[in-house]
Design a binder for this molecule. Structure first.
Ligand SMILES: [Zn+2]
Length: 72
């Protein structure tokens, strides 16, 4: 991971990727069907570091793939 993460705010339309709460560090994944970013369920913080799915691997399209990457 060489690129620094992009900061995004709750309420924005976001793409698939991994989101990490800047306040408490909670991580969760956003998939194709769920593009509304909500405030952190743990601390209600509205800022996240965004790691787009494309920065992880080209062939990973869903949060499920990110957890269990398909074999090449
Ligand atoms: Zn949080």
């Amino acid at each position: 991971m060489t690129e620094s993460p992009k900061k995004v705010k709750a309420g924005e339309k976001v793409g698939p990727g991994k989101y990490v709460c800047v306040d408490c560090g909670l991580e969760f994944a956003i998939g194709e069907a769920d593009k509304d970013l909500r405030p952190c369920p743990s601390c209600a913080c509205e800022m996240y570091n965004c790691f787009p799915m494309t920065h992880i691997r080209d062939d990973i399209k869903t949060p499920e793939d990110a957890r269990d990457p398909p074999k090449r």
